[in-house]
Design a protein around this ligand. Structure first.
Ligand code: TYD
Length: 425
């Protein structure tokens, strides 16, 4: 993808992350410690973005020395506690990833201390998408925004090919003064009209609209992850942990399952799994899974991927290969053929195959809910399924990652995380 600019810089607070809570609480703490009257939430929010020193002087009437003392107290709470009272704006992580993947230079230019920016970037896992992080030192005088911006660019960069996105006029004014394009992030902490007045080329009130502009009309495509394994492999637990991990990293996720995932497919699921369906022909079963899949892809998976979300799907096509092609011995060609309408539209970018041996899987299943029609099948059926999964892992090693799921929940979660990081970063 050819991008309009070579360098994409971002302010941090109010643009990349909603750091408001930690900042407000830490300012309130410093005022209390110094015996200054408390401020209302709106005024506390005005501390987000500009240099703290200026805000203490302007909003609390402090002297320079008092402001320095207030900053010391503020940091006392902020460094260990307040820093982590923040979250990435939904969609930002995927935008930074998409820019970096498209070959752009991606940097942060913020009046926040350098070490805090580095810690937070690492905490959220966006450090992998950043070429440069430019923040302030801990000295008495905060750096000028123009200097911060220049420090986030490589030596000799042509500023005409750079754009700076920020949520306060300081960001935009500095960008414009340097001859760069200023893009306004109106979802942050700007006052009405502030960013346009400062000379922003465009102002956006959502990350998704901003991403369309920064990526020249192409929304970042999401990521499709499926989890597979025989019954009792611990998929559900790992799926919940994976979702929480991705959300902590600021990605938007959609958790779904097969068969099912949308109203029509959930009705098909009932037909397939019900004990009333005993005696269903193998072909009918395979076609029902395929029918539920095409609906699910159209209704849920495709739309989510189009808007940059990470789809975590509990089983997908590989289940049909393992269970119907191998388990029911219907053959891979037939299964791929009936699933063609679905997989033409979406195939997992990554499949995690959780493997446990049959004895362990039976032990785990015996502790769970009553068994459904498929779980009541005979042993040789499960042996064939296992062979099917192994064949898939061998045939598509780039997509299918096998994970030893007989280990502890924590160990399996670590392996899942490492595999997903591998494709995300
Ligand atoms: P479910 O209760 O979701 O099982 P699990 O928790 O093990 O995922 O039931 C889904 C069952 O359907 C499971 O036994 C596997 C089977 N299945 C197939 O045979 N083919 C398929 O294409 C899919 C998606 C599932």
């Amino acid at each position: 993808m050819a991008l309009k600019y070579d360098y994409y810089l971002f302010d941090f607070d109010g643009t990349v992350a909603d750091t408001g809570e930690g900042i407000r609480k830490s300012v309130a703490y410093s005022l209390e410690r110094m015996g200054f009257p408390p401020l209302d939430t709106a005024t506390l929010s005005r501390f987000i973005g500009p240099p703290l020193h200026d805000s203490y002087v302007e909003f609390c009437g402090m002297s320079d020395d008092q402001a320095e003392r207030a900053i010391e107290l503020y940091r006392e709470r902020y460094v260990d506690v307040g820093l982590y009272e923040s979250r990435l704006y939904p969609g930002i992580a995927m935008l930074l990833r998409a820019l970096r993947r498209a070959g752009a230079w991606v940097g942060i230019a913020s009046a926040k201390p350098q070490f805090m920016l580095e810690r937070l970037s690492k905490h959220f896992g966006i450090d992998k998408y950043l070429n440069a992080i430019s923040g302030t030192g801990l000295g008495r005088h905060s750096a000028d925004k123009q200097d911060l911006i220049l420090a986030a660019l490589p030596q000799g960069a042509n500023v005409a090919r750079a754009c700076m996105t920020g949520d306060r006029r300081f960001d935009i004014e500095a960008a414009v003064a340097l001859g760069m394009t200023g893009i306004g992030a109106d979802y942050g902490y700007s006052a009405p009209g502030e960013l346009a007045a400062a000379g922003a080329d465009a102002v956006f009130d959502s990350v998704s609209d901003m991403a369309l502009r920064l990526l020249d009309g192409e929304a970042p495509r999401g990521l499709f992850i499926s989890l597979e394994g025989s019954d009792g492999c611990g998929k559900s637990t790992q799926i919940a942990l994976l979702k929480a991990y991705l959300e902590k990293r600021g990605f938007e996720t959609v958790l779904t399952r097969e068969p099912g995932g949308c109203p029509i497919s959930e009705r098909i699921r009932e037909v397939i799994l019900s004990l009333d369906s005993k005696g269903m022909s193998d072909e009918c079963e395979a076609l029902l899974y395929a029918a539920s899949r095409i609906e699910h892809v159209r209704e849920v998976i495709e739309p989510a991927l189009k808007c940059g979300k990470i789809v975590i799907c509990d089983r997908f096509l590989d289940s049909s290969i393992a269970y119907q092609a191998y388990g029911r011995e219907l053959g891979e060609a037939f299964i791929r053929q009936i699933n063609a309408p679905a997989i033409r539209r979406a195939l997992p970018d990554m499949t995690l195959l959780l493997q446990v041996d049959r004895a362990e899987s039976r032990r785990r299943m015996a502790q769970g809910a009553p068994l459904d029609r498929l779980e009541l099948e005979k042993e040789d059926f499960f042996a064939r399924i296992q062979a099917g999964y192994e064949a898939l892992a061998q045939a598509e090693p780039n997509r299918v990652t096998t994970i030893d799921a007989s280990k502890s929940i924590e160990e399996v979660a670590e392996a899942v995380k490492a595999a997903v990081d591998g494709i995300l970063d």
